[in-house]
Design a protein around this ligand. Structure first.
Ligand SMILES: C[S@@+](CC[C@H](N)C(=O)[O-])C[C@H]1O[C@@H](n2cnc3c(N)ncnc32)[C@H](O)[C@@H]1O
Length: 249
């Protein structure tokens, strides 16, 4: 079953926002790339939360958001993003060797095996020599450590089933031709307990939208009963991986 982004586009930003931790990772990749005047493509840009942050970086002269869902792009457009393209991740509409960075956040688990390989083959094709592909995505162990995992075990199982694990992503990077593939875990912090409960109530994780309504309600009831033991002010920690690959040829 796939997520219907057209249906959730209007509420997506009630529970999702750009992360400063991810921006720091992009800055670090730019520093290592020693790039100026960079053209950066954000594949699966959605409503443009990360695109908007990346666009502010002085080294990014052009930041282009790509998404296959018109409704998500329309939300991004209303944030003032102008360089938006409706296209599939498996067929990126850019010339060979025309881009410096292909970025994606929270996209890989939406692509099936062939599409995933095609995304990285396409990324390799459109990147200039020295260019970098940077993906933000979870590995299975990180998904299983999510704070809400005990309340929605079926959702976590389903999320693992559709998420390529770290070794698979690394293999696909290498098969596409990328050298020096690096997978680095990083901690990012979700907002406090109350907004976490609100995010879950809003089914911010697309896998939650696929749960049977009764199962979802039961999980929320149990979680709310336990929520008092979460620190109300403290941010909620989650881990993700930075996957980096360099086009060295
Ligand atoms: C979970 S959202 C992430 C959005 C954004 N990157 C963020 O971090 O908020 C995944 C996005 O990928 C897009 N998407 C899913 N499959 C795609 C595909 N095959 N080609 C292009 N975009 C796709 C969806 O429309 C959605 O906007």
């Amino acid at each position: 079953m796939t997520t219907d982004f057209a249906a959730i586009a209007s509420t997506y930003d009630e529970t999702r926002y750009g992360h400063s931790e991810i921006l720091t990772i992009v800055k670090d990749a730019i520093r290592r790339h020693q790039g100026t005047d960079m053209t950066i493509v954000d594949v699966g840009c959605g409503t443009g939360n990360e695109t908007s942050l990346i666009r502010e970086l002085p080294q990014a002269s052009m930041v282009i958001g790509v998404d296959s869902c018109l409704e998500m792009l329309s939300k991004a457009r209303r944030k003032g993003l102008l360089l938006l393209v409706m296209a599939d991740a498996s067929a990126l509409p850019f010339r060979d060797a025309s881009v410096d960075m292909v970025f994606s956040s929270f996209l890989l688990h939406h692509l099936r095996g062939r599409e995933l390989r095609q995304l990285f083959a396409e990324s390799y094709r459109i990147l200039r020599r020295g260019g970098v592909v940077l993906s933000i995505a979870a590995e299975h162990a990180q998904l299983r450590r999510k704070i809400y995992a005990p309340y929605f075990p079926d959702a976590i199982d389903a999320e693992c089933a559709r998420t390529p694990d770290r070794t698979e992503v690394e293999t696909i990077y290498r098969e596409a031709g990328f050298a020096s593939v690096e997978a680095t875990p990083f901690l990012y912090e979700l907002r406090d307990r109350d907004s976490m409960v609100a995010r879950l109530n809003g089914r911010y994780a697309s896998q939650l939208t696929l749960l049977d309504p009764d199962e979802f309600a039961a999980g929320m009831t149990a979680l709310k009963a336990d929520a008092e033991r979460f620190d109300a002010k403290g941010a909620i920690p989650e881990y993700r991986n930075t996957y980096l690959g360099w086009k060295t040829q």
